[in-house]
Design a binder for this molecule. Structure first.
Ligand SMILES: C[S@@+](CC[C@H](N)C(=O)[O-])C[C@H]1O[C@@H](n2cnc3c(N)ncnc32)[C@H](O)[C@@H]1O
Length: 333
C-alpha cells in the first residue's frame, strides 16, 4: 500500500482542501475587515481539477479530506464537490470546517451528498461581540446553521472557538456551558500568527494553559487518552462522557504527530500551515502538453516531494520564525 511518509516517519493521511480564499465574515484574527487581496478567480482550481488532485492524493494514502477555506460554503457547486469526492474510488472520509452561515440552506443537501462530519466556528455567544469580531451582524445565521446541521444528522457537531484577550477571553466557561446544553463538542484553538492584519502578539495570546485554568474554575477536567494525530488535547468534563478540546498550536505544538497536507484553492500544496514554500499543482493541471495520465503521475510525485520536505516542527517558537505570506484564509484552516 502506498503511503505519504516524510523523513521523520510521519504518515500523511489527512488532506485539508481549501475551496476558496473568500469568506462571508471578517474575523479579526484571520483578515482585516477591508481585506482586498483576493486570489483571481481564474487561478482557483476548477471542480474537475480538484477531483483529479484528490483522486491522486487518495491513491497515495490520503484517507481523510476536510473541506475548508476561506468559507467553503461560498463555493457555488459545494454540493456537487461533496458528491464527487464521495464518488471516487476508495472514497475518503469527508468533513468540513465552516462558519455555518449558509448551513440552514445547505446542511441537508450536503449530508445527502455524503458529508459526514462538520466543525462550525463560533467565538462568542454575544451578538455585539460577534459583530465586533467578524464585522458582520450574523450570529443568528450561525445558530440557525447549527440547528440545521443537527437536524440533518451530522454528529458529533464540533464547535471551534478562538479566544482573544480583552475581547472574548472571559467567555470560555459560558461557551462550554452552552455547548453542553446544546450537545455540541467544543474545541478552543490558540490564536496563531497567520492573520493578514498582523495583529498576533505572543504577549496577548490566550494560551492553552490559561484556557484550561479558566475552565477548571467551573468544571473538573480530566485528560482523555489516545490522542493519536488529533490536534486537540481532550478532557472529560466532570467525569464525562462529554469532552472539551484545547488546541495549543503555539504553546503545545503537536507537530511530531502531524499527518496533514494542505491544498490551497489556487492549487498549491503545503506541508504545514507555516511552510514558507509550496508546490504548484495548477501548472501541472493546466499544462496543455501532457496527457491526463502524465498529470496524475506528476501530481502524485509532487505530493511525495512536498511531504519529504516537511520540517520537524512549525517553528513558531524559534527566534528566526517568519510568518508565512499567505494568511489563514488563503491557506485553509
Ligand atoms: C480559516 S477558517 C476557514 C473555514 C470557515 N470559514 C470557518 O470559519 O470555519 C477555519 C478555522 O480557522 C480558525 N482560524 C482562523 N484564523 C486563525 C488564527 N489566526 N489562529 C487560530 N485559528 C484561526 C477559525 O476560527 C476557524 O475555526
Amino acid at each position: 500500500m502506498t503511503q505519504l511518509v516524510d523523513t521523520y516517519g510521519r504518515v500523511h493521511r489527512d488532506l485539508r482542501v481549501s475551496l476558496t480564499d473568500r469568506c462571508s465574515l471578517r474575523c479579526t484574527y484571520c483578515m482585516p475587515h477591508d481585506f482586498a487581496a483576493w486570489l483571481p478567480n481564474e487561478s482557483l482550481l476548477t471542480t474537475d481539477e480538484l477531483i483529479t488532485v484528490i483522486e491522486a492524493a487518495v491513491s497515495q494514502g490520503i484517507e481523510e479530506i476536510r473541506l475548508t477555506g476561506g468559507e467553503p460554503l461560498l463555493r457555488p457547486d459545494i454540493v456537487e464537490i461533496v458528491a464527487r469526492i464521495n464518488g471516487i474510488k476508495n472514497a475518503p472520509k469527508l468533513s468540513m470546517t465552516t462558519n455555518g452561515l449558509a448551513l440552514a440552506k445547505l446542511a441537508k443537501p450536503l449530508v445527502d451528498a455524503g458529508l459526514e462530519r462538520i466543525n462550525i466556528s463560533l467565538d462568542t455567544l454575544s451578538r455585539e461581540r460577534f459583530k465586533e469580531m467578524t464585522f458582520r451582524d450574523r450570529i443568528d445565521d450561525v445558530f440557525a446553521g447549527i440547528a440545521a446541521a443537527r437536524a440533518a444528522g451530522l454528529k458529533p457537531l464540533k464547535i471551534n472557538s478562538v479566544l482573544l484577550r480583552g475581547i472574548n477571553d472571559d467567555e470560555s466557561a459560558a461557551l462550554l456551558k452552552w455547548a453542553l446544553s446544546e450537545g455540541l463538542n467544543l474545541r478552543f484553538i490558540e490564536q496563531m500568527p497567520l492573520d493578514a492584519g498582523g495583529i498576533w502578539s505572543r504577549t496577548d495570546l490566550i494560551t492553552a494553559d490559561e484556557i484550561y485554568a479558566d475552565l477548571q474554575q467551573e468544571f473538573t477536567l480530566s485528560p482523555v487518552d489516545n490522542r493519536g494525530s488529533s490536534p486537540a488535547e481532550e478532557f472529560y468534563i466532570n467525569g464525562g462522557p462529554e469532552i472539551v478540546g484545547i488546541i495549543g498550536s503555539v504553546t503545545r505544538p503537536f507537530c511530531g504527530a502531524c499527518d496533514r497536507v494542505r491544498l490551497t484553492s489556487d492549487g498549491q500544496i503545503r506541508n504545514c500551515l507555516f511552510s514558507m514554500s509550496e508546490t504548484d499543482l495548477r501548472s501541472i493541471l493546466r499544462n496543455p502538453d501532457i496527457s491526463h495520465d502524465q498529470k496524475y503521475e506528476a501530481i502524485t510525485a509532487a505530493f511525495h516531494e512536498t511531504v519529504m520536505a516537511k520540517l520537524p516542527g512549525h517553528g513558531i517558537n524559534e527566534p528566526n520564525f517568519i510568518q508565512p505570506l499567505r494568511p489563514m484564509s488563503a491557506i485553509g484552516g
